[in-house]
Design a protein. Sequence first.
Length: 328
Amino acid sequence: QVTVRDALNQALDEELERDERVFLLGEEVAQYDGAYKISRGLWKKYGDKRVIDTPISEMGFAGIAVGAAMAGLRPVCEFMTFNFSMQAIDQVINSAAKTCYMSAGSIAVPIVFRGPNGASAGVAAQHSQCFAAWYGHCPGLKVVSPWSSEDAKGLLKASIRDDNPVVMLENELLYGVPFEMSEQAQSKDFLVPIGKAKIEREGTHVTLVSHSRPVGHCLEAAAVLAKEGVECEVINLRTIRPMDIETVEASVVKTNHLVTVEGGWPQFGVGAEICARIMEGPAFNYLDAPAVRVTGADVPMPYAKILEDNCIPQVKDIIFAVKKTLNI
């Protein structure tokens, strides 16, 4: 078993070793081993040129990283939390995402922006947003959102090797969680293809689609519902943009019911996009009930724990949504 933290560390280590153009920069990533210890040991191994501590200036170091990518390097830019990426959103959207298009394909920007995304625990409204819908909205970016250790390692390696800017939305509460990792996933050539969802559990009655930490909640809900005779198919999106809608469609054709689950806000969210795509596509005719969204509450995140718990989708909320859509 390997924790998500160790899987990410492994991926960074392997890619730094494999390609000398790869370097990591961000606040506290070097001497301190990273705020979440993702970059533990890398500064000692690779030195100041490859693992770079930056000042607390997201717009500054994100801009430096984008420029380095345009000049042929492959930077990995860590935000201590994606909430701080709002300081650098101009660099991410206007500089990184649009340059390949605006240069008619002559300038590639092979950069990865990564760090924890979504609600952590007890950090209140300014540190608890999910940015999947924000960045998933923008053409020119690829956006990935891992759940398990295999997702984390495979997607980070694939993102570093990709010639496009990739936003990698991790989850702080998953960093210490151990997952089974196959022999294949331990190899240095292991990649998870960007743009491909994974069916985590087969089922016949309802399709649950999720990404990041709520995938675990969906699997827990599916285990509870299975005891009541309801078989849920759980899809781990893994990539927000480009979205693997074909896998979702195939599942809906099989189960005839759809529930989407996410930690972000409801309006213009990832679930809203999935519902729209299903409605516009061939799977709509197979739905036996309206698709249902389970999302974070439509409020800034409260600080009090009991309110926070009620703002984040829980297993009971998923079970309630499934029973509602199945009319049981």
